[in-house]
Ligand binder design. Structure first.
Ligand code: CO
Length: 134
């Protein structure tokens, strides 16, 4: 059901510093920072030949990323995102299997303007999983 690894998201406490690490130290191509108020995050994408790294920084009050950083002061891997052809079919199959979808269970428009949903880490090997319809 899942296809390509779309991105790995890393929560960072200092977005400028993290961007510089990927751009200058690791020599990768990085995008400009984009604020996504509805998700409570600011993102920078690191574009790699075979996938992307999403640098996530808290935006506004009550950002879910702030709670993550409170527990992981140095930042860390926050989620992995796999591509699916049809998010509604994927979602129905997972729910039928007993998996839990976060939030109201309905896909939302994610950082790339495409429908996404998040799956409960306890159902997926302790890892927050994002599915993105491509
Ligand atoms: Co993501």
């Amino acid at each position: 059901m899942i296809g390509k690894l779309n991105h790995v998201a890393i929560a960072v406490a200092d977005l400028d510093r993290a961007t510089a690490v990927y751009r200058d130290t690791l020599g990768a191509t990085v995008t400009d920072a984009t604020d996504l108020p509805e998700h409570g995050v600011t993102t920078v994408f690191v574009e790699l030949p075979n996938t992307k790294i999403e640098l996530l920084h808290p935006y506004g009050e009550n950002s879910p990323i702030q709670r993550f950083l409170d527990k992981n002061n140095d930042g860390g891997i926050h989620h992995v995102c796999y591509e699916v052809d049809d998010i509604h079919i994927a979602s129905a199959r997972l729910v039928a299997d007993g998996a839990r979808i976060l939030g109201d269970g309905k896909p939302k428009i994610g950082a790339h303007g495409k429908p996404v949903l998040f799956l409960h880490p306890k159902d997926f090997c302790g890892t927050l999983v994002e599915l993105e319809q491509v």
